[in-house]
Ligand binder design. Structure first.
Ligand SMILES: Cc1cc2nc3c(=O)[nH]c(=O)nc-3n(C[C@H](O)[C@H](O)[C@H](O)COP(=O)(O)OP(=O)(O)OC[C@H]3O[C@@H](n4cnc5c(N)ncnc54)[C@H](O)[C@@H]3O)c2cc1C
Length: 487
């Protein structure tokens, strides 16, 4: 890298909820020398990338939004993707952070230079050095595809929910949907009325609980605007209701019964066919994987043009899918609702002091301190790092906790004239032991399911195994004593 390489005090990678929130709060704290590198052509992250029909948040919008930028105008309880994207664009513009973002700037490599105590960053479009590097690259970034024999021979259309092909008309087609995760639960009811036949390939039935989505009235929005306290109260109410889910994981599995009863009641009400009901009844403890809120998914599956298939796929042929028992189904289009890779590609591209990438560390076992810093990665912070994500709670709540911690850290570096900061390894080790102990009894590991909440070795993949308000308490202030700092 030439000596004349451009330098920024802070570089943030990613312009989703994490990166935008960080840029806003760092600027408020007086840090203006910051650059946000975003590989996409627009900000928004998840909400710019996912455009499939029915795409919406699963946490009510009053909670799934920044606490510092409440929005009285959500048109529904759960905002849809275009509305969430518009919200993020508006907040970024109002806080004047868009000018800090470089679009189409994919970070290809970021390496710690221990001699000069800077990060050396190569991105599509240039090179940079930075005193501080912050990763806000998200966890649901890259599409995951199942390894299906013969898939490359398929002659029809095939795409992932993350890369929805809006130009392709599904009307009257025979469509195979692979996977029954949160995205599939949202797009299946949208496409079911249009397609000729829908084959839903289900490996394990998700727990579906009532979503209670509705349009907000003009009067409601007027009141929320005029009496801001009502907005805070509603946000608090949703927070408590969702946090209550933690009772199953953190207190006693017996708390699952009311939630499972609700799921079963909805199934009985919405699916008339007893055999289909059995197929759609989950065989693990609710909360073991993310419970899904939907009022429309089960009724869509009860329609005559839908078959739910639990048999594994043996082979994909040019115009069909063959099951393990030899049954062959003609198919025009395959849609993958199979979620995201466990390790985002960005993790491969951040390399710490000893030459190992974040992905190398993660493959060994998920590791970080508070989901915000990592031993061996000086002057580095992240949002939603391992053990910094929540199960069912709003990701924005966790991200805001991380932002508070990171901004306080950067402020501390300035006040103490610190050039180099690195997490003490014993601090990380103690934290990871605590995470492992708490996780060992959690429903994620003991609930009888397989999900992205766990690694292939059966470890907690990175959820914080305690209450989110406890996490907030821990991240409220930067604990300088956990770090080695030098000027
Ligand atoms: C369909 C869907 C629905 C969801 N619904 C909910 C919900 O209801 N509640 C909830 O709590 N969470 C939900 N999530 C999780 C969601 O990802 C988080 O809530 C939140 O959006 C994460 O924000 P983020 O900024 O951390 O990451 P992201 O939104 O993923 O943003 C990361 C950004 O980093 C950029 N980036 C990545 N790698 C690079 C690179 N190498 N160089 C440059 N830029 C890079 C990406 O382009 C992206 O813009 C949902 C996720 C999906 C996919």
């Amino acid at each position: 890298m030439p000596e004349s390489t451009e330098h920024a005090h802070i570089v943030i990678v990613g312009a989703g909820f994490g990166g935008i929130g960080l840029a806003i709060k760092l600027r408020e704290a007086g840090f203006d020398d910051l650059v946000v590198l975003e590989r996409a052509a627009d900000l928004g992250g998840t909400w710019q990338a996912n455009t499939y029909p029915g795409c919406a948040c699963d946490v009510p919008s009053q909670l799934y939004s920044y606490s510092f930028a409440p929005n009285p105008d959500w048109s529904r309880t759960y905002g849809r993707q275009p509305e969430i994207l518009a919200y993020l664009r508006r907040v970024a513009a109002e806080h004047d952070v868009v000018r800090h973002i470089r679009f189409g700037a994919e970070v290809l490599d970021a390496r710690w230079d221990d001699d000069r105590s800077v990060w050396r960053i190569e991105y599509s479009g240039g090179q940079l050095t930075a005193d501080i590097l912050i990763s806000a690259t998200g966890v649901f970034a890259d599409a995951k595809y199942p390894a299906l024999p013969g898939l490359e021979s398929f002659a029809g259309k095939a795409f992932h929910s993350l890369h929805w092909d809006h130009a392709h008309d599904l009307t009257g087609e025979k469509v195979a949907v692979i996977g029954t995760g949160a995205s599939a639960v949202q797009f299946v009811p949208e496409i079911q009325p249009r397609v000729g036949k829908l084959l839903l390939f289900q490996r394990s039935a998700p727990w579906i609980v009532p979503r209670l989505d509705r349009a907000t009235s003009g009067l409601e929005r007027f009141l929320l605007r005029r009496i801001p306290f009502t907005q805070k109260a509603i946000r608090g109410g949703w927070y408590a209701a969702i946090e209550g889910f933690g009772l199953i994981s953190l207190v006693d599995k017996r708390f699952r019964h009311p939630y499972e009863a609700l799921g079963r009641l909805q199934l009985r009400r919405q699916v008339r066919d007893a055999r289909l009901r059995e197929t759609l009844t989950p065989d693990y403890v609710i909360g073991c994987k993310r419970a899904i809120f939907s009022d429309a998914y089960l009724p869509a599956l009860d329609q005559p043009n839908v078959d739910v298939i639990t048999q594994g796929i043996a082979e994909v042929k040019p115009h069909s899918i063959v099951l393990r028992d030899g049954t062959e189904h003609a198919v025009d289009t395959i849609i993958f609702g199979t979620g995201f890779t466990a390790i985002p590609t960005a993790f491969e591209r951040f390399t710490g002091r000893d030459g190992r990438s974040l992905a190398d560390l993660y493959r060994e076992h998920p590791q970080s301190y508070l989901g915000a810093t990592v031993a061996g990665f000086p002057n580095f912070f992240c949002t939603l790092g391992p053990f910094g994500a929540a199960g069912n709670q709003s990701a924005i709540y966790m991200i805001e906790s991380q932002i508070a911690y990171i901004v306080d850290a950067v402020r501390t570096l300035r006040h103490t004239a610190t050039r180099r900061i690195e997490l003490r390894r014993p601090v990380q080790d103690a934290f990871l032991t605590e995470m492992a102990t708490r996780s060992s009894t959690s429903v994620w590991l003991t609930g009888g399911c397989q999900s992205y909440y766990t690694t292939p070795d059966g470890l907690n993949a990175g959820l914080y195994p305690n209450w989110s308000f406890e996490y907030r308490r821990r991240t409220r202030r930067f604990d300088a004593e956990s770090y080695e700092m030098s000027s």
